[in-house]
Write a protein that binds this ligand. Structure first.
Ligand code: T1G
Length: 678
């Protein structure tokens, strides 16, 4: 349209604003600026999104000479006297939303998602977001938006005041029409230029500026301490404080300095490692990305067993919009499962995450029955019965008869041999392990266990299902305990060894909580049940245990949280019965057992406790890589961050170990990449 230039962000797959692409973008803007015919510029995106923001790869590499960044593009828009309109369709994240905030107007399609997820990378919005957003929506709402880092819907973005409107038609066409109208006939309500930077920052419409220091202080209190993964959050709050207290240009300089500190920080390097490790997961053989299109879409699912795992897996399917049939002959188990399902969806409605109607629909999409025939149409059937090989083999013989040709048959075993289960069927190529974690509808980790005969198509279907269930799906070889559990056995074994050397269980747990785990090894054992741990140790022929304290506790009926006593005691009146209470009797049991085993007590430092436990994970992880059970160190890090509470800002056990040398040398980040962003 005459007088309006459309600039389309087009850098597949996600229109990332890399150094090279920003140079092209800046050239396009400068060309529009030089053209006297052009009164307005509309920026939109190709490839079904606006843009995923700055190219995260750029932070890991040497920048080109005189690198152009999204900041330079934004500075050009900021300096312009022409009208700039952001016409958003799809994802608009990070530097891309900051670019849109530098425009005079922002419109989007209803399906768009807008967010500043930098904090998930241990960063803060470093291209003006921390200075413009508080001026647009208030410091309080801006803090909440950026500290969460989760994208919001277009509707929510309009409600917050980030977006001007949701456009019904083609966003670019609507954007051009709007831009032309505003540029040619500006009004008080719709002036040609409407720089966010020119506005005064405010706290909130109902909060006076004087409350600024209080809001900032409250925010600092609500985020974790710097050493516990809160570094980026505290810097982000500092940047927003600058927006409230300083002129725009000074705030921008403060933001840039804080960003530079973060981009070279250990937590950000660790979180960026996790970002890329997640995207490597479906590359199941070196350099080969498993094309998920080779896998079938799962439209109907089945679950055998309505226990804790079975009902959690059923809810996970229902939450993903996949109808599921749950088969179990035990009425009591089915009743409990029905209550669990209703309880879960009622909770989601109370939390405002689901409408009553959606919750009802999802609950209705889970059918409980004793009739195995109801599994005949399922595209995938997950067996989640008692952890016994013979029981599982019987189930698979039955499923092999009932399931339709091509159906994927999966076992949720956490320790048993998948090949021993697959061999009882006539379709071992369609059998694999889908190892969910408790609670299966909440825990993001999913171990996909490849059996000797499992086909690539079956793997592709499993990875595609993992994406549909919003899981972090990690491929594991078929070996005892797969990846996560195999490593945790050694970790728990080392914890027991430390206790035998006289270190109280409570102290060992405290050291690992200080490191960033939500709980220590002994509380973790109490949560999963000491009887489960003992059964697994027995299955491994008692490997790893120097004394029999675990067996003694089980024999005493101290099975952990579920019996209000295990390695710790639990009291309903303390922390809803989940707070571990140290029990000197257990330390005494370790001391007795150690004496009998001839293990002498010794002084052990916190650092030794931490490093020995982490080494137990890393040493086993290294062996799993050598044995091909795990494909990449990054896969192991994803397993531990998303399945075992390993603190994400530490990057996972393998990353932590690989950066130990750099840490002790005190030089985390590569200086070059940082300079480019100065
Ligand atoms: N930079 C570089 N590559 C990216 C990228 C990014 N920002 N986002 C995605 N990719 C790659 C990804 O590695 C994968 O590559 C492919 O795109 C598809 O991604 C200055 C500092 C957009 C919602 O944090 O959330 O702006 O594996 O598998 O599931 O303040 O990607 O195929 O080779 O995830 O459809 C802030 C991150 C950057 C958004 C799409 N932005 N991306 O999800 O595909 S920091 C983010 C996402 C910043 C400024 C700051 C998702 C997505 P490959 P995918 P998807």
């Amino acid at each position: 349209m005459e007088g309006v230039r459309v600039i389309t962000l087009d850098n597949p797959p996600v229109n990332a604003l890399s150094f090279e692409y920003c140079a092209q973008l800046l050239a396009a803007i400068e060309a529009a600026e030089r053209d006297p015919e052009i009164e307005a510029v509309v920026i939109t995106g190709a490839n079904r999104l606006f843009s995923a923001g700055a190219d995260v790869n750029d932070f890991q590499r040497e920048p080109p000479p005189n690198p152009i960044t999204v900041r330079d593009v934004i500075a050009a828009i900021e300096a312009s006297n022409k009208t700039y309109v952001a016409a958003i369709d799809g994802n608009c994240l990070g530097g891309a939303l900051e670019l849109a905030l530098a425009c005079d107007y922002r419109g989007a399609s209803a399906r768009s998602k807008l967010g500043l997820p930098e904090i998930k990378l241990g960063l803060l919005p470093g291209a003006g977001g921390t200075q413009r957003l508080p001026r647009l929506i208030g410091a309080r709402a801006a803090l909440e938006f950026m500290l969460k880092g989760s994208p919001v819907s277009a509707q929510r973005a309009v409600e917050l005041g980030i977006l001007d409107e949701i456009t019904p038609g083609d966003v670019a066409d609507d954007g051009v029409r709007f831009a032309k109208r505003v540029a040619e006939n500006p009004t008080d309500d719709a002036p040609a230029k409407r720089r966010v930077s020119a506005r005064e920052a405010f706290i909130a419409t109902d909060v006076p500026m004087q409350a600024g220091p209080y809001v900032v202080a409250q925010a600092h209190k609500m985020v974790p301490p710097e050493e516990k993964g809160g570094l980026a959050a505290h810097k982000l709050i500092d940047a927003v404080q600058a927006a409230v207290e300083l002129p725009f240009a000074f705030g921008i300089a403060r933001e840039a300095r804080l960003f530079d500190e973060l981009v070279r920080s250990e937590p950000s390097l660790a979180l960026r490692h996790i970002f890329f490790a997640e995207r490597e997961l479906s590359k199941v053989s070196p350099g080969v990305t498993l094309s998920l299109s080779r896998g079938e879409e799962v439209r109907q699912a089945g679950v055998v067993g309505a226990g804790t795992m079975g009902s959690g897996i059923a809810i996970a399917f229902a939450q993903a919009g996949i109808p599921v049939v749950v088969v179990d002959n035990d009425d009591a188990a089915v009743d409990r499962a029905r209550q669990t399902v209703m309880g879960m969806f009622t909770y989601q409605v109370q939390k405002g995450r689901l409408t009553q109607e959606d919750a009802w629909k999802r609950a209705q999409s889970i059918e409980f029955t004793e009739d195995w025939g109801r599994l005949a149409d399922a595209d995938v059937i997950v067996e989640a019965v008692f952890e016994d090989l013979d029981v599982k083999r019987d189930v698979f013989r039955k499923l092999d008869e009932i399931a339709k040709p091509g159906a994927l048959l999966a076992t949720n075993t956490s320790t048993l041999d998948v090949d021993k289960i697959a061999e009882v069927t006539k379709r071992p190529e369609r059998v694999l392990g889908l190892h969910f974690f408790v609670p299966a509808n909440i825990m993001p980790l999913l171990e996909i266990v490849r059996g000797r005969a499992t086909s690539e198509e079956s793997l592709a279907t499993a990875f595609r299902l993992g994406k549909a269930l919003r899981k972090k799906a990690v491929l594991s070889g078929n070996a005892f305990g797969f990846i996560g559990n195999r490593m945790i056995f050694d970790y728990l074994g080392e914890a027991a060894a430390l206790a035998e050397e006289g270190v109280p269980a409570a102290r060992i747990d405290a050291v690992m909580r200080d490191f960033g785990f939500p709980m220590g090894p002994f509380a973790m054992s109490d949560l999963s049940g000491l009887d489960v741990g003992a059964a697994i140790a027995r299955a491994r022929g008692g490997a790893g245990a120097r004394t029999g304290v675990l067996e003694q506790l089980v024999a005493m009926g101290r099975l952990g949280q579920k019996t209000m006593a295990g390695y710790f005691k639990y009291d309903k009146s303390v922390g809803k019965g989940r707070e571990p209470i140290p029990d000197p009797q257990v330390d005494a049991m370790f001391a007795d057992a150690a004496r009998q085993a001839g293990i002498a007590p010794r002084d052990v430092s916190d650092e030794e406790i931490r490093e020995r436990l982490l080494n137990a994970l890393v040493d086993r992880g290294t062996r799993l890589l050598e044995e091909g059970v795990a494909l990449r160190p990054g896969d192991i890090d994803i397993v531990y961050v998303y399945g075992y509470g390993f603190p994400p800002h530490r990057g996972g056990p393998m990353w932590y170990a690989s950066t130990r040398a750099a840490r002790s040398a005190g030089a985390p980040g590569s200086p070059a990449a940082v300079l480019a962003h100065a």
